[in-house]
Design a binder for this molecule. Structure first.
Ligand SMILES: Nc1ncnc2c1ncn2[C@@H]1O[C@H](COP(=O)(O)OP(=O)(O)OP(=O)(O)O)[C@@H](O)[C@H]1O
Ligand SMILES: [Mg+2]
Length: 218
């Protein structure tokens, strides 16, 4: 059970302020939505909170431990779905899902079981041996989700996880993320899909890198 906090995050590039002292927090059992228009800073915030990109100011803490001191185990306890997926096209769906668990040195049998469960959960059981390069956009997005949730991560960070999905798969993905939060994961999702934000416990809205207060939950 982990709490992820990003406090007073400032991020500037090319003379522009992309995030201006943004604070977010998500804990076990919670599902947080980060909404806001295109270019408002959602991806930047999630990448910084996941420890994948350094902020110019502020701190990112996992259970109180600053990002610079995260162990490989701590890093591996955060499952991330990138907006651009970041899948290996020349590996199969199942091999892609297995990668972070291999990096964590999980036993082979446990990896196989977790990968197969995660692919089933996203509705891709029959696709596990196909190369990612042969999959549709929505199938790739679901492989990326399976990779993020496999092995029960403490924290799940999902950047626009439903952007390429039909309504049926979108609902499946929302239910899955809600179920992961109910099981104790801390879930943060960037999305402007109202179906996603409606399923979240809290919504923060970014506009030009600022948190805009008082956003309704829909
Ligand atoms: N490394 C960078 N250099 C310059 N500008 C950047 C850099 N990274 C992000 N930006 C700019 O910061 C702003 C926020 O980008 P970001 O990708 O975080 O937005 P977003 O809210 O995720 O948008 P979208 O909904 O389109 O995914 C954009 O205007 C983008 O062009
Ligand atoms: Mg984005």
């Amino acid at each position: 059970m982990s709490v992820l906090r990003a406090r007073n995050i400032a991020y500037r590039r090319g003379g522009r302020t992309i995030l201006d002292r943004v604070t977010v927090e998500v804990g076990p059992g919670q599902m947080l939505a980060v909404s806001g228009p295109s270019g408002s800073g959602k991806t930047s915030l999630l990448l910084i909170a996941a420890g994948l990109m350094p902020a110019d100011e502020g701190e990112v803490l996992l259970d109180g431990v600053p990002v610079a001191e995260w162990s490989s185990q701590a890093r591996a306890s955060i499952g991330v779905i990138l907006q651009t997926y970041g899948l290996m096209p020349f590996l199969t769906a199942e091999e892609n899902v297995a990668l972070p668990m291999q990096a964590r040195r999980m036993p082979r049998a446990a990896i196989e079981e977790a990968a197969s469960t995660a692919l089933e959960e996203v509705g891709l059981a029959g696709t596990r041996h196909r190369l990612v390069s042969e999959l549709s956009g929505g199938q790739k997005q679901r492989v990326a989700l399976a990779r993020a949730i496999a092995g029960e991560p403490e924290v799940i960070i999902a950047d626009e996880p439903t952007s390429e999905l039909d309504p049926e798969n979108r609902d499946r993905v929302i239910k899955l993320l809600v179920a992961k939060a109910s099981a104790g994961s801390a879930v943060a999702v960037a999305s402007h899909d109202r179906h996603v934000t409606a399923a979240c416990h809290r919504v923060i809205r970014l506009v030009h890198g600022h948190v805009v207060p008082g956003e309704p939950r829909r």
